[in-house]
Write a protein that binds this ligand. Structure first.
Ligand code: AMP
Ligand code: TRP
Length: 336
């Protein structure tokens, strides 16, 4: 039997080049090797306020970009989290499994809550819902960017704790993190990750950006002092980030890229970088536009939600049974 993977992407904005290189490109590559479940995690997105119209449209865009990037409905399952009620059901159980101390140590929570006067309870308990997402599918592995590693590790701890209390019920998953590309940084600040919720759009390349936008953003990207194209993440983090992007979009090695620009300046490197990024993203954007226009993503998501519901209901049932929770009506809503 093929091993399973599960991963989620928040519809909290238009996907960025960081999402693509750190996660979605990988989702596409592994869909042949694994039985894959990919989820547009809208319940995670509402941990911060979302306007209904923009949330609705971002869910559709996220699904269309994932399909446009090459996810194939005949090979994997794509669905929206809030279509499948088992997620919040196991989410609650995982909230009761996680401790306050553990959740307080999550660096993403610390980052996102810093300086805010008021944050939602959901922003704090979010990693418990993420653990539920993964555990509901008996996933062997979770392909994510580096920033999600701590959450996947918490998921493993929760699964192990649950199993030690109630017997071997949950599969303990492994994170699956790429070597490079796992952390694409902002074009304006190489110490911050490229993020779709960055208030300054110059910091990220979105998958919806036109070739013109891409050229402009790369031209404006900060570089380090000096003029030599050298890969040195400690001394020249901004340039190292651009070289990493180049490597991922062109499938060339970092060494080959550095060698090719020996004796040439930043300007020529940036011009070629813009070309390879445009070349990588244009087909995805065009397929996204077509998928959104013909509405074909809707059937994919409907079908995906049914399959996700079938698989996850069986796991939720196992969990409820082990814990002594009621089973008079099973999670699929069918009378037993
Ligand atoms: P999110 O946008 O937070 O839902 O992230 C979706 C996926 O993209 C997760 O696997 C993240 O780890 C990954 N990801 C997000 N931003 C980046 C980035 N700047 N570099 C690499 N991977 C990223
Ligand atoms: N927390 C992830 C992020 O912000 C999104 C996510 C939610 C996820 N549930 C998941 C990722 C389950 C992997 C598996 O990027």
């Amino acid at each position: 039997m093929r091993k399973r993977v599960f991963s989620g992407v928040q519809p909290s904005g238009i996907l960025t080049l960081g999402n693509y290189l750190g996660a979605i490109k990988r989702f596409v590559e592994i869909q042949n090797e694994y039985e894959a479940f990919y989820c547009v995690v809208d319940y995670h997105a509402i941990t911060v306020p979302q306007a209904p119209d923009s949330l609705r449209s971002q869910i559709a865009h996220t699904a269309a970009f994932m399909l446009g990037a090459g996810l194939d409905p005949d090979k994997m399952t794509l669905f929206v989290q809030s279509d499948v009620p088992t997620h919040t059901q196991l989410g609650w159980i995982m909230e009761c499994t996680a401790t306050f101390g553990e959740l307080s140590r999550m660096t993403q929570f610390k980052d996102k809550s810093q300086g805010k006067e008021s944050v939602s309870g959901g922003l704090f308990t979010y990693p418990a819902l993420m653990a539920a997402d993964i555990l509901l599918y008996d996933a062997d592995a979770v392909p994510v960017g580096e920033d999600q590693k701590q959450h996947v590790e918490l998921c493993r701890d929760l699964a192990e704790r649950f199993n030690s209390r109630f017997g071997k019920v949950l599969k303990v998953p492994e994170p699956l993190i790429g070597q490079t590309g796992a952390r694409i940084m902002s074009l304006q600040d190489p110490h911050r990750k490229m993020s779709k919720s960055d208030p300054n759009p110059a910091g990220y390349i979105s998958l919806a950006d036109s070739p013109d936008d891409i050229v402009k953003k790369i031209k404006r990207a900060v570089t380090d002092s000096g003029r030599e194209v050298a890969y040195d993440p400690d001394e020249k983090p901004a340039l190292a980030n651009l070289i990493t992007i180049f490597a991922h979009c062109s499938e060339k090695s970092i060494n080959d890229i550095v060698a090719a620009y020996d004796g040439k300046g930043y300007a020529e490197f940036k011009k070629d970088l813009a070309d390879v990024v445009v070349e990588a993203l244009t087909p995805i954007r065009m397929r996204h536009d077509a998928i959104l226009a013909d509405g074909s993503y809707i059937d994919v998501l409907r079908h995906g939600a049914r399959r996700a519901h079938d698989v996850s209901s069986a796991v939720l049932r196992r969990v409820k049974e082990a814990m002594g929770l009621s089973l008079y009506i099973d999670p699929a809503g069918v009378r037993i």
